[in-house]
Write a protein that binds this ligand. Structure first.
Ligand SMILES: [Zn+2]
Length: 304
């Protein structure tokens, strides 16, 4: 299979300084045209795809100012194009900025094992997916003065430790990264359940007018964050009554059936239908994983 196609999605009613770069049906990343920099927010799934994205921006004459590259977190589909900016002989040398914790996760043995397996499973598709960590790392907060606009990294862990959303106060615009997505964000560590839910609140507390997600194509409103909150509220309610009835988490995998809460019932059909076929399978897994994590978290807090 060839690398996934990259396209520029018409920004519709968004501020004209924003570009949405869509990488197949896998991920949306973004570019922001500011007075000082062309800011790239996440670098897609490989160097090939990021190069295709940069070419589309070049075609619009946007490479007339310094590049600045930001990583919301270290998951492969957000950073595997970093190399074109920061590897040796990078064709578009630029600072790549990410959190210290996200960088650690990118450099973990688990991350490279996962990437090797993915490349082996999909020959041709992700051959140029490589791990090049951010060259500028910050601990928690960072603010960038881009001239006409400023950009603030907002710590929003839960989906992954060290995850940051990006906030542009002048536009009341939030790039949520993967801290919220449609139909639901992926969380696999029981201890991350309350952390993720706190991040939803943190994002809504900013009172954004526009929210752009990496995995909610077409959504530009805070509604997906609210839907994620409702999902986890209902998940907690169902898991509590499941445990209160004396049930124990079954050994088999189908927790959604045990809770009588299939994905189709847990999220809106609109949210499901907007995610394409392979993603639906992904979200079935995400749903099962969320249930397992919530049950484990509730049992953990009950014994504290
Ligand atoms: Zn992610």
């Amino acid at each position: 299979m060839p690398p996934p196609p990259v396209s520029l999605v018409p920004p519709d009613h968004l501020d004209p300084r924003i570009r949405i770069l869509r990488c197949g049906s896998i991920v949306d990343t973004f570019a922001l045209v500011t007075d000082r920099y062309l800011v790239i927010i996440d670098t897609m799934v490989s160097e090939d795809t990021m190069l295709a994205g940069i070419q589309l921006l070049a075609d619009q004459g946007l490479l007339d100012r310094p590049l600045l590259v930001l990583n919301t977190h270290g998951d492969w589909d957000h950073v595997c194009g970093n190399g074109i900016f920061c590897r040796e002989d990078a064709p578009y040398p630029a600072p790549v900025i990410g959190s210290e914790v996200a960088t650690e996760l990118m450099l973990s043995p688990d991350a490279s094992t996962f990437l090797d397996a993915l490349k082996a499973e999909h020959p041709g598709e992700f051959d140029t997916a490589n791990i090049w960590p951010p060259t500028i790392r910050f601990r928690e907060y960072l603010e960038l003065d881009c001239g006409d606009l400023s950009l603030e990294f907002v710590p929003t862990p839960g989906h992954r430790p060290g995850h940051s959303a990006l906030w542009i106060p002048e536009l009341r615009l939030l790039f949520a990264g993967d801290a919220a997505e449609s139909p639901l964000p992926f969380v696999e560590d029981p201890a991350s359940i309350p952390v993720l839910r706190a991040s939803f609140e943190r994002m809504l507390d900013l009172d954004p007018d526009v929210v752009l997600y990496c995995h909610a194509p077409g959504r530009t409103d805070p509604g997906a964050i609210r839907e994620n909150i409702a999902y986890f509220d209902e998940l907690e309610r169902r898991c509590r009554s499941f445990l209160a009835a004396g049930n124990r988490a079954p050994g088999h995998d189908d927790l959604a059936t045990a809770l009588d809460w299939p994905l189709e019932k847990a999220v809106s059909s609109a949210a499901l239908s907007s995610s394409q076929q392979p993603e639906e399978l992904f979200y079935q897994t995400a749903h099962q994983t969320a249930i397992r994590s919530m049950l484990a978290w509730l049992k953990g807090t009950a014994t504290e």
